[in-house]
Every structure is written in C-alpha cells, then in structure tokens.
Design a protein around this ligand. Structure first.
Ligand code: NAD
Length: 366
C-alpha cells in the first residue's frame, strides 16, 4: 500500500527528530512492502520566516490532502526569539491551534508507558511500579471549559470572572466511541473519568459513555471521579488501560501520567478526528537549548510514527515492530542524553546521539 504522509518538521530539534522517524518508516516500508510518500508542510517559526504567517491556507490544504500528518515540534526560545515579539495570533503556536481546529482533531491520545530499563526515572516506589504500567490517556480536545464562553466583569463593584463548561451528547459520544475502539486494540478496559457528583456536564458525560459502553460488550468499563483518579494514578497506575475524559481533566491527568514515566523525550501523542486521519507528534517542545547539537532523543517521534501506523493506517504488526525495536535498543543499553542514568558506568549504558539512535532502532527492526 502507498500512504501520503504530510510532514511538519517545524523548528528547533523538529527537523532532527523527524528525520529519524522517516528513516524508521522507510525501513518499515521496505520490510513490509509499503510506500510512504512524504510532503513537507510549513508550520511554526519556519513558516513565519518564509511566509509571514505561522500556518498558511496552502499548508492546511496540504495537511487535508494527506492520509496523516507527522510532526516534529514548533516554536523557539520564548524570551529571545523574534517570533515572540509578534502578536499572539502570529506566533508559532497559533499555527498549531489553527491546524487542530481546521482538521477537527477532537481526540487526543497520550500513552504513558514505563520501560523496565527506565524505571529509575519513575518517581514512584518500586512496590507501586511492580513490573511497569501501560496506559493511554484519551482526552477530548475541542470542547468543554477551554472552549466555552468566558468573561470578566464587575458585579456590584467586585471583579467577577466566568468560564463556561459545555458539552453536548454528540461531542461526548464521538470521543467515547474512539476511546472504546482504541481499548479494543489494547487491554479492553476503559475508565471514564468525570465529576458526576457535582457537574451536570459530567452527569451527561457518564450517561452517554454508559450508552456507548453497552455497544462494546468485550470492553470492561468503569467510571471514576476525577479527584480519585488523580490519586489512583500515583497509588496504583497498573490498574489503568484507557482513561477516557473531558478536556480540562485530561489536560491535568495526562501531565500527571506522563510525569510518572520519566523523560519527555520518550512520550508520543496523537490527535484524531472522526475519520482515520490523525496528527502525530512528540509530547515535548522544540527544545531550542539543544537544537542543532545532534543530541535530542528521537524516540517520542519514532513512537508517534508507530501510532500513525496503528491508528491511521491499521498497520498493527508494523507498529508492534517499531515499539519492540525501541524496547530492544533500551535493553541493549543505548541512551540519549536525556535518559542517561545518574551512574552510567554502574548501569552499563552507552550515550548515543539522535541519528545513531535512529540507526540502532532501524537495525533492530531489520
Ligand atoms: P521543551 O519540551 O522544548 O523543552 C523542555 C526541556 O526538555 C528542555 O531542557 C529540552 O532540552 C528537553 N527536551 C525536550 N524534548 C527533548 C528531546 N526530544 N530530547 C531531549 N531533551 C528534550 O519545552 P520548552 O523549553 O518549554 O519550550 C520550547 C519551545 O517549544 C517553546 O517555543 C514552546 O512554545 C514550544 N513547544 C512546542 C510544542 C509543540 O510543538 N507541540 C509543545 C510544547 C512546547
């Protein structure tokens, strides 16, 4: 099969880490008989330099014409880069927000997986970590509190701010279906997180998710209040498979879940709409402090490419091959600078750069 992949290399370490993901995709293509056709799309600071805008209509059309988009990262040093002298709607991040909106990317997926070899980076106790954990935070991305009406006004001489949290049943149903579909590809368990003891929006959330759950008899379904979920993530993260939740709760819980896994350089993510299309990117930023040095960790981007194969192209076997190769490379003792242990000699590991890490993963796929 042939797949059209839009590529947003972006700024900072973006081009370096995307190059390694492409190397890995090409290796998968050769080994399993697929063709990946890449089309570079300008977004972020590099687009501002070239066109005066962080995302042009042409770039949006290119993204829409792709089967999926693989992204590095955008933005620069927010204190020193001239991009941050521009009005907010012309800064690099405005491009990403506009792209997400134009593509209707309402479902955000962030896996939190603890590698045996990186246990040291996990701040939890050994008895809690056990033999590791593997969960997927599924966050609604285009509704709720962040998109509701807001205002600040004086009421009886007192400054008063209002934010509105709105969800309709269709918005809840589409993300819930996505969550259950993804659970079917994993351990078949969904924990839906809400605050149904207080909020009307959460009561509707729970009602609709329960209706969707009835359509997936193979999936074990439970609901959990958000405050309890925040505690359970550090008390017993092993219990979770897919955590399905609304925008603000997901924002907070996904950061909490990613912290317990260790390095930002390992964390992939995907944003999906209601077709097979998705935007795949590492969770970290453009790391301007290390850009151009050849030392950035490409693994989060490589794992994002694996998510693209799994969720946009239904190439589960190929995605498994990439994920296995990443595990092997860690097992064989190779680390980029961000995941080097305190005592490298004792841990018997070797530091490698960005391109070498990509090569080592390719070797293991082959
Ligand atoms: P950052 O994630 O870029 O960097 C934070 C720290 O993590 C830095 O020390 C960096 O060196 C390190 N780091 C990040 N990714 C790494 C990797 N792959 N390998 C090794 N180390 C890595 O966050 P920041 O410094 O707050 O932001 C820098 C720029 O990135 C800003 O312009 C910000 O707006 C932008 N940003 C973009 C995205 C995106 O493109 N989706 C996301 C977050 C931040």
């Amino acid at each position: 099969m042939s797949y059209r992949v839009g590529v947003i290399s972006g700024d900072g370490i973006g081009p370096e880490i995307v190059a390694e993901a492409r190397k890995v995709l090409d290796c998968i293509g050769e080994k399993y008989g697929h063709t990946f056709e890449y089309e570079e799309i300008l977004m972020g600071g590099c687009s501002i330099d070239a066109t005066g805008e962080p995302l042009t209509e042409q770039a949006i059309a290119q993204a829409k014409g792709s089967d999926a988009v693989l992204m590095g990262s955008i933005g620069g040093n927010t204190s020193t880069s001239p991009w941050y002298q521009l009005p907010p709607n012309l800064r690099p991040e405005a491009g990403l927000l506009k792209l997400r909106k134009s593509l209707n990317l309402f479902a955000n997926l962030r896996p939190a997986y603890l590698y045996e070899e990186l246990k040291e980076a996990c701040p939890l106790r050994d008895d809690i970590i056990g033999d590791g954990f593997d969960m997927m935070i599924m966050r609604e991305l285009t509704g709720g509190l962040y998109f509701g009406e807001r205002k600040t006004e004086e009421v009886d001489g007192v400054l008063t701010a209002v934010d509105t949290l709105t969800y309709n049943e269709n918005e809840i149903r589409r993300i819930a279906k996505r969550g259950f579909d993804i659970a079917m590809k994993r351990q078949k368990k969904v924990t839906s997180v809400d605050k149904a003891n207080v909020l009307d929006s959460s009561r509707l959330w729970r009602k609709v998710v329960e209706e969707v759950a009835a359509e997936y008899p193979e999936v074990t379904y439970e609901h959990m209040l958000v405050d309890n979920c925040a505690m359970q993530l550090v008390k017993d993260p092993k219990q979770f498979d897919v955590i399905l939740t609304e925008n603000m709760f997901g924002d907070i819980l996904s950061d909490e879940a990613s912290m317990v896994t260790g390095s930002i350089g390992m964390l992939s993510s995907a944003s999906l709409n209601d077709t097979k299309f998705g935007l795949y990117e590492p969770s970290g930023g453009s790391a301007p402090d290390i850009a151009g040095k050849g030392i950035a960790n490409p693994i989060a981007t490589i794992l994002s490419a694996a998510m693209m194969l799994r969720y946009s192209f239904d190439l589960d076997r190929e995605a498994d091959a990439i994920e296995l190769a990443v595990k092997r490379v860690l097992k064989d003792g190779y680390r980029t600078i961000d995941i080097m242990p305190q005592d490298a000699k004792k841990a018997a590991v070797k530091q490698v750069g960005t391109a070498e890490m990509g090569d080592l993963i390719v070797e293991r796929i082959n």
